[in-house]
Design a protein around this ligand. Structure first.
Ligand SMILES: *Cc1c(COP(=O)(O)O)cnc(C)c1O
Length: 437
């Protein structure tokens, strides 16, 4: 099967190569955005890697180290006085991130706060927005949701004294497919209607790359009388989001995937304006959520701040916020609309090339419609095993392998180029023509 490639196989491979050669010539004239130079592209043997894992860990902005160093210097220089005297005073450091972060997700400034990490914020939001009763206690989650989300949801159900077997509803895809149709989502919400306490969906789904319709799901959930939240770990910095207009109760996301803030990066949290002054909502509290005007008078009675900031627990962690600041500045420079436009173009080029490449061996699980996906494509490979992924690594391509047979790749508009796409498509063609024949 493997080993030497016969002449017939070589002819076959050449036939395979033709469609994307044409594709490459057509697309190589399109411009890439000027931000690649702002990132450190990892190298192997002196050559830049073709990095397709921005959906898992974004690359490092060159200025991240300078921004972190600035805080180390201010710490050395001012010690405790840095809370007020640092160039970016630590006492309000999170506020420097609020506006650019709100622009990334289409929210009003007081609807957004950067705090904690993602799974923590998911719990904090469920404390406020999952309020089960004997009659209304179900949570609807998506098919193949990210494990952390499922664990968090199940533990919240048990925490309230209910059973996940009875209270957890999973959206199912169409028979024989990975696609969850909008009809199916609407129908499932309708079926559980007055028993649904919370609808919690990730957009984009981390496995299939399907982007769920946030506005529609919000409308369906709210007309069923349920709260609705989104996990935008794979959506923030990837999709064009309009959280305020779309109107979910809450959303949470991390900053180390498309937002390039580095490993373990902080989480963003959105609480819709209609809850901004709802101080009766149950919440877990900490001093940083208290009215900042008299926080340091250390009053006994907690007085939550207006808006999303009222859910904060702790004083801001400066170093991970510094690297996030470096990255968010690039999003502001580029503009999320322009990034999304470029992303649609890059991803469509890759999609077309993959579909033309080897239809009998490759199946792209991600929807073909650009409006129903971000930049990630999930490629299912017939009879695959991890050796395919390892061969990609040998070709300097960094992708992501998911058992049993899926490779995930995400061309990121800030730093990926058509040359990366070409390396991936040519590499896959070579690997597949050697494989399973
Ligand atoms: C990446 C990701 C997480 C990771 O959660 P952390 O708390 O940041 O470790 C959780 N949920 C989803 C959907 C993710 O994509």
């Amino acid at each position: 099967m493997k080993g030497k490639v016969s002449k017939a196989d070589k002819n076959e491979r050449n036939q395979l190569l033709l469609p994307f050669l044409a594709w490459y010539i057509m697309t190589s004239i399109s411009k890439s955005l000027p931000y690649r130079d702002q990132f450190i592209i990892p190298k192997e043997g002196g050559k830049q890697l073709h990095y397709f894992c921005g959906n898992s860990l974004g690359l490092q902005p060159k200025k991240a180290s300078r921004y972190i160093q600035r805080e180390l210097d201010d710490w050395a220089k001012y010690a405790v006085k840095g809370h007020e005297m640092a160039e970016y005073p630590w006492v309000k450091y999170h506020e420097f991130l609020t506006e650019p972060m709100a622009r990334v997700v289409g929210a009003k400034f007081h609807e957004v706060v950067v705090m904690n990490t993602l799974s923590v914020n998911l719990h904090l939001m469920m404390v406020s927005f999952y309020r089960p009763t004997a009659k209304r206690n179900k949570i609807l989650i998506e098919y193949s949701s990210f494990p952390s989300d499922r664990y968090a949801v199940e533990s919240q159900i048990r925490f309230h004294g209910y059973e996940p077997q009875e209270c957890l509803v999973v959206l199912r895809p169409e028979e024989g497919s990975h696609y969850v149709s909008h009809e199916q989502i609407e129908k499932t919400i309708g079926q559980h209607g007055d028993q649904l306490a919370l609808v919690l969906i990730g957009s984009v789904n981390y496995y299939t790359g399907q982007a769920y319709p946030i506005a529609k799901i919000t409308r369906w959930a709210q007309s069923a009388g349920a709260c609705v939240g989104f996990d935008l770990a794979h959506g923030a910095g990837n999709l064009l989001l309009n959280l305020h207009e779309d109107g979910p109760d809450f959303a949470v996301w991390c900053s180390y995937k498309y937002l390039n803030a580095g490993p373990g990066g902080l989480s963003g949290c959105f609480v819709h304006e209609r809850h901004a002054a709802n101080y009766d909502l149950p919440r877990f509290a900490g001093w940083w959520g208290h009215n900042k005007a008299n926080r340091f008078k250390m009053p006994d009675r907690m007085e939550p701040m207006f808006g999303a900031e009222g859910w904060q627990l702790s004083n801001p962690p400066i170093f991970p916020m510094a690297s996030l600041m470096a990255s968010l500045e690039l999003f502001d420079q580029a503009g999320i609309e322009a990034l999304r436009e470029r992303s649609v173009e890059l991803t469509q080029n890759l999609y077309d090339a993959l579909v033309a490449l080897a239809p009998e061996q490759l199946n792209v699980l991600t929807p073909s419609e650009p409006g129903e996906r971000g930049c990630q494509l999930s490629i299912q490979i017939k009879n695959a095993d991890k050796s395919i992924y390892e061969k990609l690594v040998q070709k300097n391509i960094v992708a992501d392998w998911r058992e049993p047979d899926v490779i995930r790749v995400a061309p990121v508009p800030l730093y990926n180029t058509e040359a990366d796409l070409e390396a991936l498509v040519v590499g896959l063609a070579e690997i597949l023509s050697d494989y399973g024949r």
